[in-house]
Ligand binder design. Structure first.
Ligand code: ATP
Ligand code: MG
Length: 131
């Protein structure tokens, strides 16, 4: 898949068990995460990986975008209305998407982690329990 010169690679491991969660909720979580990767990646790729892990499904979204400082920015990513300084004036947004994602993942008793490096990219790891 290709979107404005960004390669989008989807890898879904064989025989994933079904996730027993509301389709709209999953859609909202993934839409927010993928929209971010698209908005904050100028060139390179976005990798979407889904795999089965013990009692959960793990979804990894990895981009080669502008990234964030792991100490000065990433810790605030789930805070309401927080946006990094470098995007505030040139990329539209409200700083709400990740706050919503965190709440929805918490309601599902899942886990979400963000790793990032400035000018290298961002990796979001989402883990959703099967029951
Ligand atoms: N994949 C990413 N790469 C780089 N920075 C990111 C990424 N995802 C989130 N961010 C940073 O975290 C901030 C908060 O993200 P969040 O999705 O909550 O808000 P937003 O994208 O600014 O606006 P919206 O409410 O429309 O989603 C972003 O403004 C951006 O600075
Ligand atoms: Mg967003």
């Amino acid at each position: 898949m290709n979107n404005n010169g960004i390669d989008i690679i989807v890898e879904v491991r064989d025989s994933l068990p079904p996730l027993n969660i509301d389709k709209n909720v999953l859609h909202q979580i993934l839409t927010n995460l993928l929209t971010n990767s698209l908005k904050y990646t100028v060139a390179g790729s976005i990798l979407i990986l889904a795999e089965y892990e013990h009692t959960s499904i793990k979804i990894i979204i990895e981009d080669t975008g502008i990234g964030m400082d792991s100490e000065k920015e990433v810790p605030y990513i789930f805070d309401c209305c927080w946006r990094s300084q470098k995007v505030q004036h040139n990329i539209a947004g409200h700083g709400l998407g990740m706050t919503v994602v965190k709440k929805l993942v918490g309601d599902l008793e899942g886990k979400i982690e963000v790793f990032s490096q400035v000018n290298v990219g961002t990796v979001v790891t989402l883990s959703l329990p099967l029951t």
